[in-house]
Design a protein around this ligand. Structure first.
Ligand code: ADP
Length: 350
């Protein structure tokens, strides 16, 4: 069931069109990640759904209720939208215990129901041993779970998370993402997650909405936006990709490192071909590429290679093979389906 519908929503701040005619839909139990660079409009879109900002155009529907409709002059204030928020700094009440923080939004229900609900949330978020502690007596991960439990306590159909993992140590984040995703799905909540971290978006979300300059570039599953980016910006922003020149001829694209099959979406002629780092391998007899740069990354060595045409690709070498700068490496690329972009738009992928 679709719980959040954002329809043709735009937001103008003075001269800045922060959100341009955006459409998104999120179903119950589904997590949508809004992913984009800083200043791309992610927070504005989240604040429009929450009711902290008024759009200049469009409609937002939560559950079966229209919460804002500019043309129809409908406006439901933030506190009446049934939306839970988890902020970057968690915004816990420092003078209240974990239990009291979670109870905060439950003042209107009976004592018994309130206690049952708090117990359930303490259990789901694995906070039972910390119920009587104050926020300053908790780790970052525990504080984040309290913030989530507090947001979920009134059973909101929608939870919005604003860069909610930023405050955590990087090594804690993957585990917390998994836990938060598990809890949100368990509660059948529709969630929108704002992040500039693609690992977080790809790892946690059912749908990723890539936004740039206020415009949604692509909305799709993590696999979709990764393997089938529809714009050169998405291709460059998600994962690691290089773009080399090619010539499209029907269902094939010809490049200096091979001929690849390619669904014919563009007219034949010059194109840019996306080459992900992991698609490039060393192969005896392959095209000779020159090592320009070498970066040791622990589990792998990232080599930047120059092709005979001057175009560049990267190769992730997982074996401890040392190639000095200037060395010539024979390479091939493995692309089950090439992703190509028009050569004429001249757009910078990043
Ligand atoms: P993100 O969350 O992706 O970093 P924001 O939604 O915060 O981006 O901002 C989008 C654009 O809107 C930026 O150009 C930002 O400067 C502008 N903006 C955001 N909030 C305001 C505001 N309250 N007043 C004026 N401009 C704003």
């Amino acid at each position: 069931m679709v719980v959040i519908k954002v329809e043709e929503v735009s937001k103008l701040y003075n001269e800045t069109l922060a959100v341009k005619c955006c459409d998104i839909q999120v179903a119950s139990g589904e997590i949508l990640a809004l992913l984009g660079p800083s200043g791309s409009g992610k927070t504005t879109l989240l604040r429009l759904i929450a009711g902290f900002e008024r759009p200049n155009e469009g409609r937002i529907i939560i559950g079966d209720r229209t919460v804002v409709d500019v043309a129809g002059s409908v406006w439901v204030p933030a506190e009446a939208r049934g939306v839970g928020m988890v902020f970057q700094d968690y915004a816990l009440f420092p003078h209240l215990t974990v239990t009291q923080n979670i109870q905060f939004g439950l003042r209107t229900i009976s004592n018994k129901d309130r206690q049952d609900r708090v117990q359930e949330l303490l259990r789901v978020t694995e906070l039972l041993p910390y119920a009587e502690r104050y926020p300053h007596e908790l780790s970052g991960g525990q504080q984040q779970r309290v913030a989530l439990a507090r947001a979920l306590a009134p059973r909101p159909p929608v939870v919005l998370l604003d860069e909610a993992f930023n405050g955590l140590d990087p090594e804690l984040r993957p585990q917390m993402r998994r836990e938060v995703a598990r809890i949100l799905r368990h509660m059948r909540t529709a969630a929108v997650l704002v992040t500039h971290d693609q690992e977080e978006a790809l790892g946690m979300a059912d749908q990723v909405a890539v936004i740039r300059n206020g415009e949604l570039q692509q909305v799709g599953t993590p696999e979709d936006v990764y393997y089938n980016p529809t714009t050169i910006f998405v291709a460059g922003f998600i994962g690691h990709a290089d773009f080399i020149p090619g010539v499209l001829a029907g269902n094939e694209v010809h490049t200096e490192i091979g001929i690849f099959s390619c669904p014919a979406q563009l007219p034949s002629g010059p194109v840019k071909v996306m080459i992900r780092h992991e698609a490039v391998n060393a192969k005896p007899g392959g095209v000779l590429a020159t090592v320009e740069e070498r970066e040791f990354l622990g589990g792998e060595i990232l080599y930047r290679l120059r092709l005979p045409s001057g175009a560049r690709v990267h190769l992730e070498q997982r074996k401890p093979v040392h190639w000095p700068v200037g060395h010539q490496v024979p390479i091939e690329a493995q692309l089950p389906q090439a992703v190509v972009f028009s050569d004429s738009n001249g757009e910078n992928p990043t």
